[in-house]
Write a protein that binds this ligand. Structure first.
Ligand code: NAD
Ligand code: UDP
Ligand code: UDP
Length: 343
């Protein structure tokens, strides 16, 4: 089929570019690992939309073909079922490296696999970047700050991370991925970029991935109580996905390595978030308290002055505007699920 065409038929080397796209820019060939996932698929939409060629590499652990199916048949789009833990040969200009489960439920499911994905997967993509002279962007995470002792978190903060806890496969995996990225830059001159992403939400999040926004929204739609873990006073800062995608592209195209915090500084307790979901979806929605998970960070809020200054980026969509934008997508998928069950 068209979407599984062979990638190496027309090799080009990094930065040489080929077909002109508009004025002053050549069409690029861009790999997005994890491109069938939540964030990756929105990034793919933007890159295809501006005229570039996109190769998605995904093993479909948490990603879905449905997230990119609208590009099938487009000759500028390819989808490769591949695990980044294994090497791969491609000829590309840029690599957005997103492949890694992001929700705690998914990354704790097989912690050793999560570490392999972060370490071996990142190593392979950096090896690829080195071989073809491509620019490489790592999507790291606010979790590198652990349960932070500094608030809000600046990029200069080194974090407070438990190396032997249930979250360590992800936190420490991403910290090692950042280290590898900087070592390939210093040692091999690979052009790199590092984003530290804070909690992001939007359409196409997995329905049952256990993240708080997807849980509350799905629960409110299903008329189930919203599950608040612990006392609900812990805080997070929620960024709408299109703001993140704009930030990732600004970072890739800019001249600064980072790391850069990409997040929305608006800070909410989980109880406040439940209120916003209630106002948005169902005024009769209720909450139910559940025990909290281990090592849950008490608070999290990005300091984004660096990205504002050097990338000229800031998020535009506050939580109360972003939440309604994901409700239709969730409603439709929940409806389809129910129909599938014969309800
Ligand atoms: P997601 O789970 O929706 O997407 C991850 C994608 O990677 C999926 O399509 C999955 O199938 C794929 N994948 C996982 N392991 C793979 C492997 N070994 N080989 C190939 N593909 C693999 O998660 P997301 O929210 O879209 O997150 C994307 C990236 O952003 C991740 O690296 C994550 O750590 C980072 N991030 C996300 C958030 C957030 O709030 N969404 C916050 C911080 C960091
Ligand atoms: N690699 C890859 N694709 C490439 C180039 C390298 O998957 O186009 C992998 C390679 O198999 C290795 C890793 O990236 O596992 C690191 O490559 P590098 O050349 O830096 O190290 P070496 O191969 O010398 O260990
Ligand atoms: N949380 C919650 N109810 C849920 C899911 C999560 O209260 O149904 C809380 C969780 O304890 C954490 C916060 O929401 O304090 C964010 O959790 P999430 O898993 O979304 O992301 P994290 O920032 O922990 O990676």
């Amino acid at each position: 089929t068209q979407e599984f065409s062979v990638s190496n038929q027309n090799p080009i080397h990094g930065k040489m570019g080929r077909v002109p796209v508009g004025i002053g820019r050549r069409r690029m060939r861009i790999v997005v690992t994890g491109g069938a996932g939540f964030v990756g698929s929105h990034l793919v939409d933007k890159l295809i939309g501006r005229g570039d060629e996109v190769i998605v590499i995904d093993n479909f652990f948490t990603g879905r073909k449905e997230n990119v199916v609208h590009h099938f048949g487009n000759p500028r789009f390819e989808l490769i079922r591949h695990d980044v833990v294994e090497p791969i040969l491609l000829e590309v200009d840029q690599i957005y490296h997103l492949a890694c489960p992001a929700s705690p439920v998914h990354y704790k499911y097989n912690p050793v696999k999560t570490i392999k994905t972060n370490v071996m997967g990142t190593l392979n993509m950096l090896g690829l970047a080195k071989r073809v002279g491509a620019r490489f962007l790592l999507t790291s995470t606010s979790e590198v700050y652990g349960d932070p002792l500094q608030h809000p978190q600046k990029e200069t903060y080194w974090g407070n991370v438990n190396p032997i806890g249930e979250r360590s496969c992800y936190d420490e995996g991403k910290r090692t991925a950042e280290t590898l990225t900087m070592d390939y830059h210093r040692g091999d001159g690979v052009e790199v970029r590092i984003a530290r992403i804070f909690n992001t939400y939007g359409p196409r999040m997995c329905l049952d991935d256990g993240r708080v926004v997807s849980n509350f929204v799905a629960q409110a739609i299903r008329k189930q109580p919203m599950t608040v873990y612990g006392d609900g006073k812990q805080t997070r800062s929620f960024q709408y996905v299109s703001d993140l995608v704009d930030g990732l592209v600004a970072l890739m195209e800019g001249e600064h390595i980072g790391p850069f915090n990409l997040g929305n500084p608006g800070e909410f307790t989980m109880l406040e978030l439940a209120e916003v979901v209630k106002d948005t979806i169902d005024p009769s929605a209720t909450i139910e308290y559940k025990p909290n998970t281990a090592d849950d960070p008490h608070m999290r809020k990005p300091d984004i002055s660096k990205a504002k200054e050097l990338l000229n980026w800031k998020p535009k969509i506050p939580l109360r505007e972003g939440l309604p934008l994901m409700v239709n997508d969730f409603r439709n998928r929940i409806l389809n699920e129910d129909e599938g069950k014969g309800a």
